[in-house]
Design a protein around this ligand. Sequence first.
Ligand code: SAM
Ligand code: DTB
Ligand code: SF4
Length: 315
Amino acid sequence: MPKFTVADIRAIHDLPLPDLLFRAQQFHREHHRPNEVQLCSLLSIKTGGCPEDCSYCPQSSHYDTGVAREKRLAVEQVVEAASRAKAAGATRFCMGSAGRGPQNGEAFESVLAMVRAVRGLGMEACITLGMLTDEQAQLLAEAGLTVYNHNVDTSREFYGNIIKTRTYDDRLATLARVRKAGIKVCSGGIIGMGESIDDRCAMLATLSNLEPPPESVPINALVAVPGTPLADRPPVDPLELVRMIATARILMPTSQVRLSAGRSGLSREAQILCFLAGANSFFFGDKLLVTGNPDVEADQKLLRDAGMRPAPPIH
Ligand code: SAM
Ligand code: DTB
Ligand code: SF4
């Protein structure tokens, strides 16, 4: 028996917004510090030329988006970026690599060295490399990886409309391997791709019924990139993002819920509603993987004006 059915989740999601926010706040205040947000820094360690066909992704080689294929960064470049991020207040460093999954050999050794180096700086290390084998998950665990990001992205039913080169079960199998290796799980999804509200609730059902649920749940609003099949999707209504975050907070009270891609299109007020709804982290820095993010100065001012502060490192 699943803990939550899609109908249970839909009933929460559709509550009057004041009731939804109040319930989310109750869970949020019980398990988290409501005036703190964790600052995460994101770096693309290998950009572009990806063989997968994810319809939202500017890095897929199936679409002409102007994102060039680049060489993998050197370990020193990653250390430099992580040190800068740490000095600016980030406590988690997230590395993203375009591709279906990592190749064994020199490239994977270099990724392991990046993980060790980030951990050596005293930061949480997160990485997203696509599908993993058991052995790769084990090696990442041994290198000290804190958490692996692998999003389910949407509902099982809608998934085939967005990605044809792999299945929902492939995604779940990698998440199970990560768990088995003893690495924490970061998994969430994207709204604004043309999915229904029931698809969003079904995605939250998949995540919240995992045992245990992911420790970290990124909620992305689609960044519609010219050249991708989703280029013409209208922007997400910020109140729909607020509902999604609040529902995730209620279903997964102890997880970090992350306000991820799509902040550039949000007003300061909408972002503060997301924090009230239970988001307790965002990406800090002028760039996501290849698209833009709000300026660091603007984010610092937002936190100051709201009387909020960056969360200290968790040990
Ligand atoms: N290749 C790896 C994979 O697919 O697992 C890792 C990199 S991929 C860019 C990581 C996640 O970023 C995707 O699963 C998706 O949820 C999110 N993402 C990518 N492009 C996006 C976009 N245009 N808007 C919002 N989220 C996006
Ligand atoms: C996640 O859920 N969002 C981040 C991270 N995990 C790797 C990626 C967002 C990418 C946004 C579009 C881009 O810049 O490529
Ligand atoms: Fe490749 Fe990941 Fe982009 Fe999909 S989301 S095209 S797997 S980089």
